[in-house]
Design a protein. Structure first.
Length: 275
């Protein structure tokens, strides 16, 4: 069970990763994600179903079109693999809570939390890639994530009567949205409204995960963004006034908070004798 379930969810993740590649390519261009079917950008030959197996097809075809031999970006396989690993990893982390659920309500709560994290992982990968490509965070992905995550996380808390977690989830969204809105007002060139809208979505997940996750997740975003910015300047690939997309580091920081928020917070407090 502990191996089979994450493996199955990982396979589902790979399939979703294949769809995310379509989202990453088409959404910024205002194209439909369901029609027309995937095709080679060079010769327009439609991708055959047996050539659309996540990761495997890319490896078998050596990253090239079967018809014209044009190269396909390695990012296609990378997105599929990353989504598969993220889904499998989250399943491993959440499975103990699911198996040890003391009641039907607790089981439903754990399953809803897992679905919410899987959804957040999927949009994290899509939004990070799109922001790196276009310096934009599409409303068509960000805005629907508010009701999706609010319902999943809120229901996860309320099904077991955990009003504190439900309130903290809402508070997390409000706190992060307000904080980023203030930053955008102070420095509009450094913080876009896309970042502000994404902050509320991230706040829902971090708030649900705990106050430590919220604090660490927000701080980690600025730390990651700062380190990357300095590295790019030192490498000569950016200047001090170069615009660097912040969405990927917001999302990366969020996952640091979700996965490591509690131990980081405890370690920090212990360092100053405040534990």
């Amino acid at each position: 069970m502990f191996i089979v379930v994450p493996a199955v969810i990982g396979v589902v993740g790979a399939a979703i990763g294949s769809f995310l590649n379509v989202v990453i390519h088409r959404v910024p261009r205002g194209l439909s994600v369901v029609h027309p079917p995937s095709a080679c950008p060079a010769c327009s030959a439609r991708v055959r179903p047996y050539d659309n197996i996540p990761v495997v097809s890319w490896l078998v075809l050596r990253g090239r079109c079967r018809d014209c031999g044009a190269p396909f970006s390695g990012r296609y396989a990378l997105v599929e693999l990353a989504t598969a690993l993220a889904f499998a990893g989250l399943a491993v982390l959440q499975l103990p809570a699911i198996l040890a659920a003391p009641s039907p309500g607790a089981l439903v709560a754990a399953l809803l939390a897992l679905v919410a994290l899987l959804y957040f992982a999927a949009i994290s990968i899509a939004l990070a890639a799109i922001d790196l490509d276009t310096h934009r965070l599409p409303n068509s992905i960000v805005l629907p994530s508010y009701p999706v995550l609010a319902v999943l996380l809120g229901a996860s808390a309320l099904v077991v009567g955990d009003m504190e977690t439900a309130a903290r989830t809402a508070a997390g969204a409000g706190i992060l949205f307000a904080a980023y809105l203030l930053l955008a007002f102070i420095s509009p060139r450094g913080m876009g409204m896309g970042d502000v809208k994404l902050a509320g979505v991230i706040g829902l997940v971090l708030g649900f995960s705990g106050w430590a996750a919220l604090a660490v997740g927000m701080l980690a975003a600025f730390l990651l963004g700062g380190v990357v910015g300095i590295a790019l300047i030192v490498a000569g690939r950016a200047r001090r006034n170069t615009g660097i997309p912040f969405g990927p580091w917001m999302l990366g920081g969020a996952w640091v908070g979700i996965l490591l928020g509690e131990p980081i917070a405890r370690g920090y407090l212990a360092l100053f004798g405040l534990d």
